[in-house]
Design a protein around this ligand. Structure first.
Ligand code: SF4
Length: 219
């Protein structure tokens, strides 16, 4: 009988051949730790990104939420214990490949995909693969949407920040992408200020011209 230690979380469960650890989401097979239910989810739904919760990043955008089953925590207050602490197999009714998840997210007008409900650690290989595919397939549409919004607001498009870089920004940590974001944002604010100033001058000039015409007509 072979087996090995699961490296995915600090519990470091020993997994026997075909056995399971605390979360019941990994097993030992073929001489390695493998996911028992790759690309399977207990629920899928659409919500606003603020409910994930993820504030101030693409505010108001729709997010395609996925939930799994099993958990490596054992919190007494868990509101999702029915998926976190039950046998995962009967709960994981949705089998969705990464491209299918991206397709569904697009179909429902979602800007992003989030994994909620339970702990992502217990489905890490699946989620890393999904993140890779989503990033590869989603960037173009996201950048285009952002550019369209910038043009509508009459300002230069800001460089895209990934969700991870956004979180660092929100915590006041400066990485290269955040620095560029701040620079371009300051530039865009200056452009908007100058445009407003010019618009004010333009309105004043038009009012003056209109006044002159009225005076000429009455004179
Ligand atoms: S991820 Fe699951 S199997 Fe792996 S160590 Fe943590 S609880 Fe155990």
């Amino acid at each position: 009988m072979t087996g090995g230690v699961c490296p995915y979380c600090e519990r470091r469960c020993y997994l026997a051949e075909d056995g399971v650890g605390f979360c019941r989401m990994y097993t030992w097979a073929g001489g390695q730790v493998v996911e028992r239910f790759p690309h399977r989810y207990s629920c899928t739904f659409v919500n606003h990104i603020e409910t994930v919760p993820f504030y101030h990043f693409q505010p108001g955008s729709r997010t395609f939420v996925l939930g799994g089953a099993g958990c490596n925590f054992d919190c007494e207050y868990c509101s999702n214990a029915y998926v976190a602490r039950s046998e995962p197999e009967p709960l994981l009714t949705y089998h969705l490949s990464p491209p299918r998840v991206v397709e569904l997210a697009r179909q429902y007008g979602c800007h992003n995909v989030a994994f909620a409900i339970n702990e992502p650690t217990v489905a890490l290989p699946t989620l890393l693969e999904l993140a890779h595919v989503a990033q590869e397939q989603g960037h173009e549409a996201e950048a285009l949407e952002h550019t369209v919004r910038a043009v509508a607001l009459d300002r230069p498009p800001l460089p895209q920040l990934s969700a991870g870089a956004w979180q660092l920004k929100e915590r006041g940590q400066e990485v290269a992408a955040v620095r560029v974001w701040h620079e371009v944002k300051a530039h865009a604010a200056e452009v908007a200020r100058v445009a407003q100033e010019l618009a004010g001058q333009d309105r004043a000039a038009m009012a003056h011209l209109a006044g002159s015409r009225r005076a000429a007509r009455s004179g």
